[in-house]
Design a protein around this ligand. Structure first.
Ligand SMILES: NC(=O)c1ccc[n+]([C@@H]2O[C@H](COP(=O)([O-])OP(=O)(O)OC[C@H]3O[C@@H](n4cnc5c(N)ncnc54)[C@H](OP(=O)(O)O)[C@@H]3O)[C@@H](O)[C@H]2O)c1
Length: 303
């Protein structure tokens, strides 16, 4: 059997990708630590348990790679997995990497370089996810509970991307590993426009009728928030420090990669908000009050 192994297959990006690849008739293995009992393609896969890797890899000729989350150094777990994938002759690996570089975490760059070095393999350097503004991400949770964004990024802008557009791009690269749709191996994936947190808050408020306050905090306070949400001190500090870079304009960039690879422009933040408008309603409300409904411009889009 040939087919695709989707790691992080039950996550936001993985779920959307599974849907697209299944629509294209690609046989799949959907990997996560807690495989769905109702999905015959689901396999148990844990980065921290290498004994689960061989069965997931067996017979697969392409892989969507979601590295371990909340880790400053993925290489000790992912390196041996990639070595095995190389040995088995996997033709395409598409890495879900990040446009944002965590300070003091060279392992993520090392991983991207390792994937990029292999002919036919590709790195997606995804910008900040629009879905961070939704639960269960702490940013989305806080908006929902308190109508508030706490950020150390000031007015720094990010080219936020909808994970559905990441999945659409990955599906083009994974649909047929024999086809090289683009000779580049590194793709910066962004939405159509870079926006600051205050810009994003204003769009959510305008589209949902719910005011969203932006509270500017320091990097140390942000690190403490991340730690309180369960991250290790090391990862919390690195993630908070990312906001220094955003504030300095380091992530103020947009690309045409989604359009170039999929033939469709990426969703705007306003479209994303429109598609999820009821999800920011305060707890206990019906979820509809104050929400202005409008037909989604991308109705009928795949993914
Ligand atoms: N958020 C952003 O702004 C952003 C930007 C750029 C890149 N990224 C990258 O995107 C990735 C996350 O993607 P996502 O948001 O689509 O995923 P997600 O919704 O956070 O879901 C994570 C997926 O990975 C699985 N998983 C978690 N821990 C695992 C482990 N130890 N072993 C095997 N599988 C595991 C989860 O399933 P189980 O829990 O059942 O195992 C789930 O399927 C991260 O690597 C992050 O660095 C995020």
């Amino acid at each position: 059997m040939t087919g695709g192994l989707v790691t992080g297959g039950t996550g936001k990006t993985g779920r959307a990708l599974v849907q697209l690849l299944r629509g294209n008739g690609v046989p799949l293995r959907v990997a996560s630590r807690t495989p769905s009992a109702g999905d015959p393609a689901a396999v148990r896969f844990d980065w921290g348990d290498p004994a689960t890797h061989p069965a997931a890899l067996r017979g697969m000729d392409r892989i969507f790679l979601v590295p371990p989350t909340h880790s400053v150094d993925p290489m000790p777990l992912v390196g041996p997995f990639l070595a095995e994938a190389e040995r088995l002759g996997v033709r395409r690996v598409v890495l879900l990497g990040s446009a944002v570089v965590l300070p003091n975490a060279p392992g993520a760059l090392e991983l991207a370089a390792r994937v990029r070095a292999r002919p036919g393999w590709a790195v997606l350097r995804a910008s900040g996810f629009m879905q961070n503004f939704l639960r269960p991400h702490p940013l989305g949770e806080r908006i929902r509970r308190h109508g508030e964004i706490r950020t150390a990024a000031g007015d720094g802008r990010i080219g936020w991307i909808d994970v559905r557009d990441i999945a659409a791009t990955a599906s083009v690269l994974l649909a047929d590993p024999g086809v090289e749709p683009d000779d580049r191996r590194d793709h910066l994936l962004t939405g159509p426009k870079a926006l600051s947190h205050p810009d994003a808050a204003a769009i959510i408020a305008a589209r949902t009728g719910r005011p969203v306050r932006v509270v500017r905090i320091g990097t140390d306070e942000q690190a403490a928030n991340h730690q309180a949400a369960g991250m290790s001190a090391e990862f919390a500090a690195a993630l908070a420090a990312v906001e220094d870079g955003i504030r300095a304009g380091r992530d103020d960039q947009v690309s045409t990669a989604v359009l170039d690879l999929t033939g469709r422009p990426p969703r705007s933040f306003a479209e994303f908000v429109q598609d999820h408008a009821t999800e920011w309603a305060p707890r206990g409300s019906s979820g509809r009050r104050g929400v202005r409904e409008a037909p989604a411009r991308h109705a009928g889009r795949r993914g």
